[in-house]
Write a protein that binds this ligand. Structure first.
Ligand SMILES: Nc1ncnc2c1ncn2[C@@H]1O[C@H](COP(=O)(O)OP(=O)(O)OP(=O)(O)O)[C@@H](O)[C@H]1O
Ligand SMILES: [Mg+2]
Length: 496
């Protein structure tokens, strides 16, 4: 009789009284892609942590090949053939591809003779098996994000993983790179590997998943075969209500030019002669492949890595931006892509994080007004639907998407006149995504200018008034909204 590769039965898990999972069941068959979807904080990552042994379940059973595994820990997962690939690859940047793969697969002490040729051969063979062309001698730190993911998958295959977990693997990939990852997934599936796939991009789920399980507030609400559920039904299952799927874009008559950047360069960051402008009431979208320099441009304008050439004017006046402090003083806000590094302080509360960038407005005579801080944080928790036990909860304990929302709240609270958003809805669920888009629309209607970097074409096309496309550190084209479409923006991003 056939048994599933993995069978999680009635799993429960609480954190300090908060029930993250309540009798959740989930199974996975050989050669299947089983997607796990749900709002931010629904419990997806917690379930994965229990399957990989990073967390212990309070109750429930895990069966692999029909056999109960009572004590799962990171060592036994390897023996059981379970491997997880996270959004941020966990590789050694200074080692080569071959060395990274070898380190994860070889056992034995340092006395072993290092077989360099063998390592290289093995790496090539594994990469070839998943259809990734990559020189095993390249330094991992020099690889793009999708290439690093390829190395992670090769590691998993080398370890004979039969259960591969991917937690938001495409969050920082562009459309073309997603296509490549899907080709790799197709190969794994053919080889009988079972894949647990977590993503907030529902279009992706519709094209890759065989089955879809929806979690809501720690409960399994449904499991469907791909063809049996529409996008609208999925959203309803996830958020428990109907949602408007269209972008809330309304035309705002553009006002005066807020920010103008002329021939801005930053040799070290690879930004070359960028010219752009943003007017009041305008959203300037920045499209481009991963590695095209979009984040570097944002960091240059914001003064994190100051420009070495070019000019910036704000409200028509020439300015110098040498540091983030300069930028903030000039009315620029920046929500970075990597929230763990720059976006939030993990061991501080939601309320403190939300007011960090705007202390003057919640303090009087140098003292922080805790009541004002709490009131404002509560407003953002409600409007952005941040799932936290209270505004005093530590940000580090929130789910990934909820941390992203706190990072956004922090900068919205500064009421900047120019706001730079780097992948503002990455890792954010559909409901909150619509909420963030609605907020952006409100802000520009009040006269703010927004620069939005995004790898999601529908978001770029749906929200931008103009779309600048970057290739290799510079802007190659700027499309007005009316003449932009998926084809010409993609073609420009690919350098055609
Ligand atoms: N270590 C922890 N301490 C306290 N609470 C936690 C901890 N880890 C998770 N939680 C809580 O458990 C709930 C589920 O979180 P989880 O990370 O599983 O959500 P998720 O579905 O992965 O969300 P996202 O889509 O935002 O990544 C959340 O309310 C979260 O705040
Ligand atoms: Mg998560």
């Amino acid at each position: 009789m056939a048994v599933p590769l993995l069978d999680a039965r009635h799993i429960s898990k609480s954190f300090a009284g908060l029930r993250a999972l309540d009798r959740v069941s989930f199974d996975l068959w050989p050669g299947e892609v089983h997607a796990l979807v749900g709002e931010n904080g629904a419990g997806k990552s917690t379930l994965i942590k229990i399957i990989t042994g990073a967390e212990r379940a309070d109750a429930g059973a895990l069966l692999v090949d029909g056999v109960a595994v009572p004590h799962i820990d990171p060592h036994t997962t390897r023996e059981l053939g379970i491997a997880a690939i996270y959004q941020q690859p966990a590789l050694f940047p200074d080692l080569t591809v071959a060395e990274n793969i070898a380190l994860s697969l070889e056992r034995g002490g340092s006395w072993r003779r290092i077989d360099r040729a063998g390592r290289r051969r093995r790496a090539s063979e594994l990469l070839q098996r998943i259809g990734v062309t990559l020189d095993p001698d390249r330094r991992v730190g020099d690889l793009t994000m999708p290439e690093q993911q390829g190395v992670e998958i090769a590691k998993a295959i080398g370890a004979d993983a039969r259960i591969v977990i991917m937690d938001e693997p495409t969050a920082s990939l562009s459309e073309r790179e997603v296509t490549r990852l899907f080709a790799v997934i197709a190969r794994l599936r053919q080889a009988g590997v079972g894949i647990i796939y977590i993503s907030h991009r529902l279009e992706e789920i519709a094209s890759i998943a065989d089955r879809i399980t929806v979690l809501r507030d720690g409960h399994t609400v449904a499991t469907h075969n791909r063809g049996d559920v529409t996008r609208a039904e999925l959203i309803r299952l996830m958020v428990g209500r109907e949602l408007d799927a269209v972008f809330p874009k309304r035309d705002v008559p553009p006002g005066a030019t807020l920010l103008e950047v002329t021939d801005l360069s930053n040799a070290r960051a690879g930004v070359r002669q960028v010219s752009l402008s943003v007017r009041r009431g305008e959203i300037l979208g920045i499209a481009g492949l991963v590695g095209s320099g979009r984040t570097q441009l944002a960091e240059t304008i914001f003064g994190l890595t100051p420009a070495d050439q070019g000019a910036i004017t704000i409200d028509g006046r020439p300015v110098r931006i040498q540091s983030p402090a300069d930028a903030i003083r000039l009315g620029i806000g920046y929500v970075p892509e990597d929230r763990r590094q720059h976006g939030v302080v993990l061991d501080m509360s939601v309320a403190v994080n939300a007011s960090l960038a705007s202390l003057p407005s919640v303090s009087s005579r140098g003292l922080i007004d805790r009541a004002a801080e709490t009131t404002r944080a509560t407003e953002y928790v409600e409007s952005l639907r941040i799932k936290t036990p209270s505004v005093d909860g530590e940000v580090g304990a929130l789910s990934g998407g909820n941390q992203q929302k706190v990072a956004l709240a922090r900068w919205l609270a500064t009421k900047p006149s120019i706001l730079i958003l780097d992948e503002p809805t990455q890792g954010v669920d559909v409901g909150s995504k619509a909420e963030i888009h609605r907020l952006m629309q409100q802000l520009v209607e009040r006269g703010m200018g927004i620069i939005m970097i995004s790898s999601e074409l529908p978001e770029i096309l749906g929200m931008s008034d103009r779309i600048a496309v970057m290739v290799a550190g510079t802007i190659v084209t700027i499309f007005p909204r009316a003449s932009a479409n998926a084809d010409n923006v993609m073609a420009a991003a690919l350098g055609n």
